[in-house]
Design a protein around this ligand. Structure first.
Ligand code: ATP
Ligand code: MG
Length: 236
């Protein structure tokens, strides 16, 4: 075995509201892991939102737990509470600074939808961002993107195949009683059903400690019309 300095660790950071986390996020993280030879991708669910003020965001604890459920099976995916445990607004720059302080010998790769990249120039302390992390902008295959104004050395683009999935669409589907199977991981489908998230008038006010009661076996048996067991509940 050759002796020499240990290679620096390469860690991806995927910030997001994750309301809910979906397969687009997971595929993007997985592709970044592979393409940039990352050792790990840390998902960082947002706490209070600096930009998304147009809608009420689901409780951070729910979004955090859904992200944990979604990433649990991948040994290279982890979830950080850094932003949700911090009171007040958290900016990406603060998160990157803190991660860098915790892991000084690590190169950080911030993974984000490429459509967000031009916005980065307007972020707090934008100039410093480029020194803290390399930015990976994920795009839809075949989609042209204007990266003018962004430092060439600091940004890479990466095509991922599941870009059409969005949390907004998942929330709308649940509210309309449509399935989200295969758009989000199975455990997240079950988590959403357990806490009654995204149903009209439910989401953010729900007490996270109390799951919404599901129909019991007895209540089901007492219904006049009997459905075969696989047709009831949240079956696929
Ligand atoms: P919303 O619809 O509420 O805006 P979203 O689906 O965009 O949600 P976010 O939590 O806002 O999800 O996204 C977190 C990060 O993942 C952002 O950088 C976003 O650009 C990126 N992202 C979102 N959807 C996808 C997708 N389908 N494929 C790859 N990256 C995605
Ligand atoms: Mg978004």
């Amino acid at each position: 075995m050759a002796w020499g300095p240990r290679p620096r660790r390469r860690v991806g950071v995927m910030g997001g509201t994750f309301d809910p986390v979906h397969h687009g996020h997971l595929v993007a993280a997985s592709e970044a892991l592979e393409s940039f030879a990352l050792d790990e991708v840390i998902f960082v669910p947002t706490g209070e939102q600096p930009f998304k003020t147009d809608r009420d965001v689901t409780l951070a604890e729910h979004r955090y737990l859904m992200t944990v459920v979604a990433t649990a099976s991948n040994p290279r995916f982890t979830v950080s509470r850094l932003e949700i445990d911090r009171p007040g607004k958290t900016y990406t720059i603060d998160t990157l600074r803190e991660l860098k302080a915790q892991m000084p010998d690590t190169d950080l790769y911030f993974i984000t939808g490429a459509d967000v990249l031009p916005q980065i120039l307007t972020w707090k302390d934008a100039d410093e961002l480029w020194s803290l992390a390399h930015f990976i902008g994920v795009t839809r295959p075949g989609h042209e993107l204007d990266t003018s104004g962004l430092p060439e050395a600091g940004v890479s683009l990466l095509e991922v195949p599941a870009m059409a999935i969005s949390s907004t669409d998942c929330r709308r589907r649940v509210a309309a009683g449509k399935p989200v199977w295969y758009l989000v991981p199975d455990g997240v489908v079950q988590y959403i059903a357990k806490y009654g998230l995204y149903r009209r008038g439910s989401a953010k006010v729900d007490d996270f400690s109390r799951p919404r009661p599901r129909m019991t076996t007895r209540a089901r048996d007492e219904r006049s019309v009997k459905l075969p067991p696989r047709a009831v509940g949240a079956g696929k």
